[in-house]
Design a protein around this ligand. Structure first.
Ligand code: 3PG
Length: 214
């Protein structure tokens, strides 16, 4: 799919909720109750990072949950992208963008949200046709102030910032005109996931789903 269409599809997903939970899941048995808690809480777009051996299994299981839009995160190589697609991922997220990954995404059926931080990285991705990018690691790379500065010379590009974002600073990002949604792991604390505290996770999702966008 060409990068413009990829971004169109990612923008549509970003419109479904202000926050995309970034998930690191070790136990495939938790996939279903976790996805249900998040979707019930109002966060239907889920990013399962390819950082655990269980990740592809988790994607397959979550993709079967009604109302869930499940993507793969931490997609670094064409092989990651293909494995994510085969597992049933509906989209892919990368912390960066390489020529190899962009070429693979053009041949793939699922849209990619590539990462970019500097003006040159953003311009390069935009040259390919991408209009929606991940801004990672958001806080370490200058946070909402940096994104605000980038909006002025690069108003045609929108972002999903992630990295260091939580309930306290998410509103600063969501108020910006070039931010469509934010991503983060705060909605699923390790402890709640380990203890199967689905009510607690649903409550955090509800709070995140209620965040206003600018
Ligand atoms: C990501 O991959 O987007 C980040 O690991 C999420 O960052 P966070 O854990 O600081 O929310």
């Amino acid at each position: 799919m060409n990068p413009k269409l990829q971004s169109d599809q990612i923008l549509k997903l970003a419109g479904l909720a202000p926050v995309i939970p970034v998930l690191v899941v070790h136990d495939p048995e938790t996939a279903e109750p976790l996805a249900r808690a998040l979707v019930d809480g109002g966060l239907p777009v889920l990013e399962v990072t390819l950082r655990t051996p269980a990740a592809l299994d988790v994607i397959s299981r979550m993709a079967r949950i009604p109302g869930a839009h499940v993507g793969a995160g931490t997609v670094l190589t064409p092989d990651d992208l293909h494995r994510a697609q085969d597992a049933g991922a509906g989209f892919a997220v990368s912390p960066g963008a390489t020529d190899r990954l962009i070429r693979a995404a053009e041949d793939a059926a699922l849209p990619l949200l590539p990462g970019a931080v500097t003006a040159s990285e953003i311009m390069r991705a935009a040259d390919h046709g991408y209009r929606m990018l991940k801004f990672f690691p958001a806080e370490a790379a200058g946070g909402a102030r940096a994104l605000k500065s980038l909006a002025s010379p690069l108003p045609h590009v929108s972002f999903c910032p992630t990295g260091g974002i939580g309930a306290a600073n998410a509103p600063d990002y969501l108020a910006l005109p070039n931010v469509r949604c934010v991503g983060g792991s705060w909605i699923v604390p390790d402890r709640d996931l380990a203890q199967g505290n689905w009510d607690g996770i649903r409550a955090l999702a509800q709070a995140a789903a209620g965040l206003a966008r600018g």
